[in-house]
Design a protein around this ligand. Sequence first.
Ligand SMILES: O=C(O)c1cc(=O)[nH]c(=O)n1[C@@H]1O[C@H](COP(=O)(O)O)[C@@H](O)[C@H]1O
Length: 220
Amino acid sequence: MVALDVADADAALALRDQMGDSVGWLKIGLRLFVAEGPQLVAAVRKTHKVFLDLKFHDIPNTVAQAVESAGRLGVEMVNVHAGGGMEMLTAAAQSGARFPGMKLIAVTVLTSDPMPAAEAAVVALERAKMARDAGLDGVVCSVHEVEAIKHACGADFITVTPGIRWGGQDQQDQKRVADPAGAIRAGSDYLVVGRPIIQAEDPHAAAMQAQAMMRSAVVL
Ligand SMILES: O=C(O)c1cc(=O)[nH]c(=O)n1[C@@H]1O[C@H](COP(=O)(O)O)[C@@H](O)[C@H]1O
């Protein structure tokens, strides 16, 4: 999943065209959605699956309604923040259930969170179990937590992992990072990559490089 963390529709659609069908999913997050809204989601959906990453975190009623609005946009994935608690997650799941083509995912502990990795592992696992019990389809977590979450929540419970860096790239604000091969070896279902691709001199080549590393880790 390539994160379209760019300022406007022109930049987003240029990047989308550069990626072509080499990438199946594009992620629309806060920056782009606040700037361009549902119209841009509709444009991107014409060619790619869309992960709408707005990390809803509010009272249960508000989050449930926001999930419903996301469902009406027809996106294939949307996320909420597990920090909102069990009642919020349950309300979100009830709303999400009306849109079977949309995966509902909970952010556990942000990959930029400065808490020590061992503590993040405990909190992420706890929140993943809560998300599963509430009926969500999976979580966003770092690669480091994937194995324990799959073990506790089941192989079908989706793990989406940002914080992907390789070849000595700058971690920037990310704290818990891993490379594309490591993410596949850990069992991650979807890798989210932003700046290492979108700020590369050649974004298409960077996406190809990440995918080659992913393939190198696939055991047939
Ligand atoms: O929900 C997310 O997508 C997300 C969760 C998280 O814990 N960490 C995280 O980095 N993300 C998003 O994943 C992308 C990572 O971007 P880069 O650090 O540029 O690769 C950004 O769009 C973040 O908003």
